[in-house]
Design a protein around this ligand. Structure first.
Ligand SMILES: [Zn+2]
Length: 266
């Protein structure tokens, strides 16, 4: 009887795998090698884990770069949601925009802007006796000048910021906008657009930074241990095709993850 049940299970598993394969097989064939403007290392490797007993899951590792046509918009969406939540709970209700006088820029513009902001932070700490909490977003204007949009937790006189910014080398020709936001979440939803977050920027510069107390994207802890497999998911799919239980594609129709039965997995 036991053997009969086991055989039944195996058959239904095989049928299930076959069905899934048939419906998505063509799609995978077409899409597996398409780059779609993705980052160079996007999907190069795979992670393997066992989040549910009885099945081993393979999941594609994406590059998570801003410039990647797949990861960029996803990242923007994730950041947007996190910023909205944190700004609301921490009551970051002032928006400060800091730009630079292009004539004042020495060397790399982003580095220069970062250096100035670090100095401004020192000024602020001195003035308030504590470091203000903020979320800072780097954006590039059309003339390629970087500037910051900063959601900050307190009222700071505009004249004071301007004087401080001039004193540390930001120049007079600056655009300091300062607004009080009554409802943070809708404001962030409306003005912090994907376009802003994805505005072209040199690689390796951090687009969103926060004061030390704020953690924007904390990784959820999982019980499952994941291991890196240095192969693309389509190669692995070919290896385990016969034993695939479930599979899922991403929005581009590319294979994102699949599971195989543990007993089929050597
Ligand atoms: Zn990517």
């Amino acid at each position: 009887m036991k053997d009969h049940d086991a055989a039944q299970t195996m058959r239904s598993r095989a049928e299930c795998g076959l069905k899934a394969r048939n419906t998505l097989f063509n799609q995978i064939q077409i899409n597996r090698n398409k780059q779609l403007g993705r980052g160079r290392h996007c999907g190069r490797f795979t992670i393997r884990g066992t989040p549910v007993t009885g099945a081993t899951r393979f999941h594609r590792v994406n590059c998570k770069c801003w410039k990647c046509s797949f990861c960029g918009p996803k990242k923007a969406k994730r950041y947007k949601r996190a910023i909205r939540q944190v700004a609301e709970t921490r009551q970051l209700r002032r928006l400060l925009t800091l730009t630079l006088d292009p004539k004042k820029i020495e060397g790399d513009p982003v580095r220069y802007l970062n250096r100035l902001f670090a100095m401004l932070r020192v000024y602020l700490r001195r003035r308030y006796g504590e470091a203000p909490q903020y979320i800072r977003i780097l954006e590039f204007q059309e003339n390629e000048n970087p500037h910051f949009h900063i959601l900050i937790d307190r009222f700071i006189p505009r004249s004071w910021i301007k004087a401080a910014w001039v004193a540390i080398g930001g120049g007079y020709m600056v655009d300091i906008r300062y607004v009080k936001i009554n409802k943070v979440a809708p404001y962030v939803s409306k003005y912090l657009t994907k376009k802003l977050l994805l505005s072209p920027a040199p690689s390796r510069c951090r687009r969103v930074t926060t004061s030390r107390q704020i953690k924007l994207l904390e990784k959820p802890r999982t019980e499952c241990k994941w291991k890196l497999v240095k192969a693309t998911i389509s190669v692995l799919y070919d290896m385990y095709a016969k034993n695939v239980l479930t599979l899922s594609n991403d929005e581009d129709g590319m294979l994102e993850s699949f599971t195989v039965a543990d007993d089929a997995y050597p």
